[in-house]
Design a protein around this ligand. Structure first.
Ligand SMILES: [Mn+2]
Length: 340
């Protein structure tokens, strides 16, 4: 740690998240950006979300209202990989062309689809090997997307270390579609793929859902021993008519999860005023204090956060980066805090 670091001073623009002073070697938490958005279906921009988050982070102060001296948790930001971003940009053009022909019911180019699927597979392998290297080195890892397809490789790496874990997914969407728009590794298919390919995931708990298709809900229904959905209409119903407190709702959510918890945070789980330029915004989402309360409730229940991802942060405004940075700091601190 840089001995000149003063948590009360301004954040130096040192290429580190919030200007934190830790080296890769010292880190307990490594933030691994994955600047990727090949299969985005609506608004583009999240490949440059990590840069927006980093740029906006220097504006943050270091006090976390739940964790004393949160800045003492050694968090390290891994430099954004320019090559991954370049491949994403190139492959995105092909995916865009394919989606266009699909949407206008024109003859589709199967060759394009094959290339896109292949490139997505290569990205998954990249995420797998990079996150695995940090895990092998004893680090905790948080992925910074990119679209929501990016954590699959990381989940595979985690499944080699943890024989049983659950996922808390904060999202407006279920992401349970099989090969959405024919892309095997679509952002809308990440948890279909994760559940089908990773048996170590014993539970998927989805919170904030308010945009789903029938097939996703019936998939969840068929796998009800493994999937719980706390939809936004359901949460509001509990608050409005069942006289439940939000605290009780959080207890209900956390009680579905096993001892080890992975958090997959799609920024569109929040209300779109907090993420106006995310890929697929949906009105009526969660508020920041609500999700912070929920994330802290995991730790307070005695469960352990073993990893996380934050995805779909837009790059078009500083505001998207600002909120993204706040969520990222909360996730990193809640995962990195040493519980005795
Ligand atoms: Mn999602």
């Amino acid at each position: 740690m840089n001995k000149d670091f003063d948590p009360d001073s301004f954040a130096p623009k040192n290429g580190q998240f919030i200007g934190l002073p830790y080296t890769e070697k010292e880190a307990r938490v490594v933030l691994l950006p994955v600047p990727w958005e090949v299969t985005v279906s609506y608004k583009a921009g999240t490949a440059r979300g990590p840069q927006r988050i980093l740029d906006a982070s220097y504006q943050l102060d270091l006090v976390d209202w739940d964790i004393e001296k949160a800045w003492e948790i050694p968090i390290y930001w891994k430099e954004i990989d320019a090559q991954i971003l370049k491949i994403s940009d190139e492959t995105r053009k092909m995916a865009h062309q394919y989606i266009h022909t699909l949407e206008f019911q024109l003859p589709v180019d199967e060759g394009l689809l094959e290339i896109v699927n292949q490139k997505c597979e290569e990205m998954n392998s990249w995420v797998y090997s990079n996150s695995k290297a940090f895990l092998d080195d004893g680090k905790l890892v948080g992925i910074v997307g990119g679209d929501h397809s990016v954590p699959l490789g990381y989940l595979k790496a985690l499944s080699e270390k943890h024989s049983d874990f659950g996922i808390l997914q904060i999202d407006a969407h279920c992401d349970l579609r099989k090969a959405y728009e024919n892309f095997t590794y679509s952002h809308a298919s990440v948890f279909f793929n994760a559940l089908e390919q990773i048996p170590q995931i014993s539970q998927l708990t989805q919170v904030g859902i308010r945009d789903a298709c029938e097939a996703e809900l019936s998939y969840a229904e068929q796998h009800s021993e493994r999937i719980s959905i706390f939809s936004m209409p359901g949460i509001r119903q509990d608050l409005f008519t069942q006289h439940k407190s939000f605290h009780q709702i959080c207890e209900d959510i956390v009680s579905t999860l096993p001892q080890k918890v992975y958090i997959s945070f799609d920024i569109d789980g929040l209300d779109p005023k907090l993420c106006p330029n995310t890929g697929t915004p949906v009105p009526g989402g969660l508020e920041l204090p609500e999700v912070f309360y929920l994330i802290a409730a995991i730790r307070k229940s005695g469960r352990q956060i073993i990893g996380f991802d934050l995805c779909e942060v837009g790059c078009l405004s500083d505001w998207d980066g600002n909120v993204g940075a706040r969520v990222l700091y909360k996730l990193a601190c809640e995962m990195g805090i040493k519980v005795n």
